[in-house]
Design a protein around this ligand. Structure first.
Ligand code: 5RP
Length: 232
């Protein structure tokens, strides 16, 4: 699939998801290029349909985009809970286990997701896979002692790579942490891996989102497809 086609599918999924946001809701707004289309459509609905809701964002980038449309954004601690969060994903399998964090927003994304009554992911069809792990698994790590965390991952065969920006400087998350990407190729036992990662001192969070999502809207040929998680 070329970039243009992929963007078309992302946009279709984003527009469909924007129909789920209703007046008076507290909505979680994810991060990434697919979510950008979703927020653009919400901006259109705010302007043309008078849609009114409160947003909680998973990154500074999304906050800035949403506020540009006049959407009211509050802190996650200013709401009791979030009615519905719409976010992107890097991979999702048939058990609704996914990888997130390609955009380095995994920590805020997981906090917002954990405090949401319902989670919807919007992806293009290339993200739906048999086994997750081809996409390098992002892990958010505190800068202090990060070199030792990387050595620990190397010893375990996790093939860690510190994420750098175009100028060769370590990427910093919105919490000023580093991102280490694990080039695992296949994750056969995601829960075991998640448990191991979260118990590694220096790791703040990892990008495994296991059986968290309720619905996945997949941008596909023709109309977007809706996949419903039977275990939620
Ligand atoms: C950011 C994320 C994104 O949702 C994920 O990387 C998908 O991004 P895109 O929609 O650009 O493909 O997890 O941390």
């Amino acid at each position: 699939m070329d970039q243009e086609e992929q963007n078309k599918l992302k946009k279709a999924a984003g527009i469909k998801a924007a129909q789920l946001i209703e007046n008076g809701m507290v909505a979680g707004l994810g991060t990434g290029s697919t979510v950008r289309y979703f927020v653009d459509e919400l901006g259109r609905r705010v302007k043309e349909e008078g849609l009114s809701f409160t947003g909680v964002t998973t990154s500074v980038r999304t906050k800035e985009q949403a506020e540009g449309y006049g959407i009211k954004i509050v802190d996650v601690d200013d709401v009791e809970s979030i009615d519905l969060t719409v976010d992107g994903a890097d991979e999702v399998d048939k058990d609704f286990n996914g990888i997130k964090g390609g955009g380095a927003a995994l920590l805020w994304e997981k906090i917002v997701a954990t405090n949401s009554k319902k989670i919807v992911w919007i992806v293009d069809q290339s993200k739906v896979v048999d086994t997750i792990g081809k996409f390098p698994l992002p892990v958010e790590v505190i800068p202090f002692g990060a070199g030792h965390v990387i050595k620990t991952f190397e010893a375990k065969g996790y093939k860690p790579v510190l994420r750098l920006d175009d100028s060769g400087t370590p990427v910093r998350t919105d919490e000023k942490n580093f991102v280490v990407d694990l080039h695992l190729e296949k994750i056969e036992h995601p829960q075991e891996l998640a448990d191991d990662l979260i118990h590694t001192v220096g790791v703040v969070e990892h990008g495994l989102f296991l059986n968290m999502v309720n619905t996945v809207i997949v941008g596909a040929e023709g109309e977007p497809k809706v996949l419903t998680n039977p275990n939620k």
